[in-house]
Design a protein around this ligand. Structure first.
Ligand code: NDP
Length: 331
């Protein structure tokens, strides 16, 4: 194992609170506490990573910090009975990249409780192309399945469909045999969404303005990554006994809804969190992805980029200039 290695480190000046970030050399002793050390092989960039790098939002809560909330790598040292040297593992969330050093480095040290064995049918690169966005989509779809949703019950709506969570939700639901309606503000991407498996495109303007407390029952269920008025309208359009898995706030964190869909239609609003989700739920989500995610669609969503360029890529990602998922190989 190397004594020193390369890491992308975010630091903050205590007096001015100015943040700076760049590649530097760190030593093994600099790694945070944990019972498993990893050689990072692949990582990706999520919106949260881009916020951390650009300091557009106070994502980083401890300095110096190595960002990168998703990691695929192999174990190089382990004090855990659950992991042996050479095991291929993945990690998503758990406050990594916020309070614990993450994946933008050649090595990382983690708590074994945070690690999962890499799913057998997916490569480490696949897992990072999927990343937190795809894993969150799988958590949402799993919530709908757990609620008893089946394809015969009707169309499932996905909001923010061109986003990371939305794209994977469309692909997974269609692979499971559901008819999918994809709501988007980018109708020019309709062909892309249809190639992922959407049967119907809904203009997001139809959902983003204040609507009726109870509307026509159109959808058997929904995955919502948008929140706010959109989620309120989605709830009002879900059929009797339907379920909405809510994970995001792209429109806003408010929820200007009424209780009518709950008390008159028995609708369930199921919250989904990826960061602290317990291990069995994570394993189920990754198993769902392994079994059902179309690898050709995954390739279509993914673009490889050079990890040396993360500082330049982050502002572009925030500005919405990057389509699909980024994959970084960590050499
Ligand atoms: P993306 O930025 O990739 O996608 C968000 C999508 O939402 C956009 O592509 C757009 O879709 C739509 N959107 C953006 N702004 C608005 C708006 N003002 N009104 C309506 N729709 C809008 O993000 P992700 O897919 O990675 O994440 C989606 C959401 O889920 C985020 O809020 C994120 O913070 C959250 N999230 C939550 C997690 C959890 O653990 N709960 C984990 C991961 C993400 P389109 O162009 O198709 O209209």
């Amino acid at each position: 194992m190397a004594e020193t290695f390369n890491a992308f480190v975010i630091t903050r000046d205590d007096d001015t609170k100015e943040q700076s970030a760049g590649w530097t050399t760190v030593s093994m002793e600099d790694l945070p506490e944990g019972d498993v050390t990893l050689r990072v092989r692949h990582t990706t960039m999520n919106y949260k990573d881009a916020l951390a790098i650009t300091n557009k939002s106070p994502v980083v809560r401890r300095f110096p910090m190595v960002p990168g909330i998703d990691i695929a790598g192999e174990v190089t040292a382990s004090d855990s009975p659950d992991f042996a040297v050479g095991d291929e593992v993945i990690m998503n969330g758990w406050g990594v990249g916020e309070v614990h050093w993450g994946g933008y480095a050649q090595y990382a040290r983690m708590k074994s409780d945070w690690l999962l064995k890499k799913p057998a049918g997916l490569s480490g690169a696949d897992c990072m192309a999927i990343g937190t966005a795809g894993y969150t989509a799988a958590l949402c779809v799993q919530r709908l399945l757990d609620a008893g949703l089946t394809p015969d019950k009707g169309t499932v709506l996905v909001t923010g469909a061109n986003g990371g969570v939305g794209s994977f939700s469309v692909a997974l639901l269609s692979a499971l045999g559901f008819t999918v309606a994809a709501s988007t503000g980018r109708p020019e991407e309709a062909d892309y969404l249809k190639s992922l498996g959407a049967s119907e495109i809904v203009d997001r303007a139809e959902l983003s303005e204040k609507g009726r407390p109870l509307d026509k029952e159109l959808y058997a269920g929904a995955v919502d990554s948008v929140g706010s008025t959109t989620l309120a309208n989605v709830l009002s359009k879900v059929k009797y006994d339907g379920t909405v898995a809510a994970c995001g706030l792209a429109q806003g964190f408010d929820l200007p809804a009424t209780v009518m869909p709950f008390i008159l239609r028995g609708v369930t609003l199921a919250g989904v969190d990826s960061v602290m989700a317990p291990k069995p739920r994570r394993e189920a989500a990754w198993a769902l992805l392994d079994k059902h995610l179309d690898r050709a669609k995954l390739a279509e969503i993914t673009q490889e980029a050079d990890i040396k360029d993360v500082a330049d890529i982050a502002p572009d990602l925030i500005a919405g200039k990057i389509r699909g998922r980024l994959l970084f190989k960590v050499d």
